[in-house]
Design a protein around this ligand. Structure first.
Ligand code: FE2
Length: 380
């Protein structure tokens, strides 16, 4: 997240004057509600190279839930499961399957963040509260966004512990090596028909974000499927939230498939940045992560489209890594197959070499790859 700053973002003129009433320092963590947090933690450690960080459960005084916290450089995932039947986490998992519940944002002032956003129309998730232990205090507050997803504001400047009061350090013997993931580049939401503008306006008006780019169904369509997308970014560019909605196509789009299986709007993918995508993707593949592949023909003319790149083409082709260019540079990216049983969430690996965009030039090849997968699931 240190690679982006205000001056490099080329925000639309009308947004430059906007006061940043919600300064965001970065993504604090992402909390997923999952059916089995212990095994999910093992998956993210073994397959994805996350490191064990913190734990909360029966041993720390919780009665009804358990959370494992894993981290890799600046990315922190909190994996939470219920310990008893009934309750909101069970209901969430029953409805959506495993998925992202909270995109937690790191702020200097969680009370002010709450006040500013609620005053602008955000629906409260929970009011500001202070958690304390012998390592200091953390202030949290929360608001709702699309679907049942929430944003939690995390103020941690007075905290010296491993994660948060209520958690203890988790230091197991098993610590597989990392794979070079650095930070969350962007988090994408899928919303229902005709809801993209509503949620973009939410990010603009309630959170003070500006729109970076938009794609319509002419940009993003294949023979069968179409979608529309807008990218919203906060003032310092550290937080980027593309929002997708389905568009009319001949058959069911990947967004509709997501909405059907997630039972509503939710996080479609997390994009994680690396400095060396060839090494990162090689490791991930060796550890069992499955990626979407494009036909070899993609690589026959890709350099005509994107021009010269630093990397050899052969390893990119062998791994199925995609390339795109914008005015400021190029980017390398690859997408996993859904990482859950339901065809809902996936993860993108991205390496930016100057480019600030999101891989528009790859959408067609990519969506055709997704459609081949949908075809095999009978959901196209
Ligand atoms: Fe993405």
């Amino acid at each position: 997240m240190a690679t982006l700053d205000n001056t490099s973002l080329h925000l639309p003129k009308e947004n430059l004057a906007a006061e940043d009433f919600l300064p965001l320092l970065g993504t604090d963590h992402v909390e997923l509600y999952v059916g089995n947090a212990k095994q999910a933690a093992y998956y993210y450690m073994s397959a994805w190279g996350f490191q064990p960080l913190a734990y909360a459960g029966l041993e720390t005084g919780l009665k009804d839930r358990v959370s494992y916290v894993v981290e890799q450089d600046k990315i922190r995932l909190v994996l939470t499961s219920p310990l008893k039947s009934g309750g909101d986490i069970n209901r969430h998992i029953d409805k959506h399957g495993d998925g992202v519940k909270a995109i937690a944002l790191w702020v200097d002032d969680a009370r002010k963040s709450y006040k500013e956003t609620v005053q602008r129309g955000a629906e409260s998730y929970f009011e500001p509260k202070t958690l304390e232990d012998e390592k200091g205090e953390v202030v949290l507050s929360g608001i709702h966004t699309y679907g049942e997803t929430v944003h939690v504001f995390v103020e941690r400047s007075k905290y010296k512990g491993v994660f948060m009061p209520g958690y203890r350090a988790w230091n197991p013997h098993y610590k597989p090596s990392d794979v070079g993931l650095k930070f969350i580049d962007h988090m994408v939401g899928n919303v229902g028909w005709n809801e993209m503008n509503k949620w973009c306006q939410f990010y603009a008006h309630v959170m003070g974000f500006a729109q970076l780019v938009s794609f319509d169904d002419k940009d993003i369509s294949t023979e069968y499927t179409a979608l529309m997308s807008k990218v919203m970014s906060n003032g310092n560019g550290r937080i980027k939230f593309p929002i997708n909605e389905p568009a009319e196509g001949r058959k069911k789009s990947q967004i509709e498939e997501y909405i059907e299986f997630y039972n509503g709007a939710g996080v479609q993918h997390m994009a994680m940045a690396t400095d060396n995508i060839i090494e990162t993707v090689s490791s991930l593949r060796d550890r069992g992560v499955e990626f979407l592949t494009v036909p070899v023909s993609y690589y026959e003319d890709v350099l005509d489209r994107v021009g010269e790149i630093d990397e050899d083409l052969a390893p990119l082709r062998d791994l199925g890594i995609l390339i795109d260019r914008d005015d400021e540079g190029y980017l390398l990216q690859i997408f996993t197959k859904p990482i859950l049983d339901r065809p809902t969430m996936f993860i993108e690996i991205i390496q930016r070499k100057g480019a600030k965009s999101f891989g528009k030039g790859n959408f067609k090849a990519l969506f055709e790859a997704i459609e081949r997968e949908q075809e095999s699931r009978g959901t196209l």
